[in-house]
Unconditional design. Structure first.
Length: 118
């Protein structure tokens, strides 16, 4: 079963930037749309950005214009460049393939914490 390892989170001030990375243990990126999710404490995960196999992207309205998702199939890695960060972006961020994530048996990584605070 594919595993995901997220990294790059941290604590920043409002307006700051972070770049998240997600490494998959298997070469699935070329086959699946990949996405970044975030989870607020006590809430369900929500999809905030997706990159399709052809490279097209889609974003939640809350992050559109501030976040950029990209993928490097050769490195089995998906990235999330986050700029103009706001306190409401504070959450644990995860990556997954939306098709796989829809399964009740989906495998999730440990996530990476992003904290935006002055």
């Amino acid at each position: 079963q594919v595993q995901f390892v997220e990294s790059g989170g941290g604590s920043v001030q409002p307006g700051g930037s972070l770049r998240l990375s997600c490494l998959a243990t298997e070469s699935i990126f070329s086959e699946y749309t990949m996405g970044w999710y975030r989870q607020y404490s006590g809430k369900q995960r929500e999809l905030v950005a997706a990159v399709f196999t052809g490279g097209n992207t889609n974003y939640a309205n809350s992050v559109k214009g501030r976040f950029t998702i990209s993928r490097d199939n050769a490195k089995n890695t998906v990235y999330l460049q986050m700029t103009s960060l706001k306190p409401e972006d504070t959450a644990v961020y995860y990556c997954n393939a939306p098709l796989l994530a829809s399964s009740p048996r989906a495998s999730w990584g440990q996530g990476t914490q992003v904290t935006v605070s002055s």
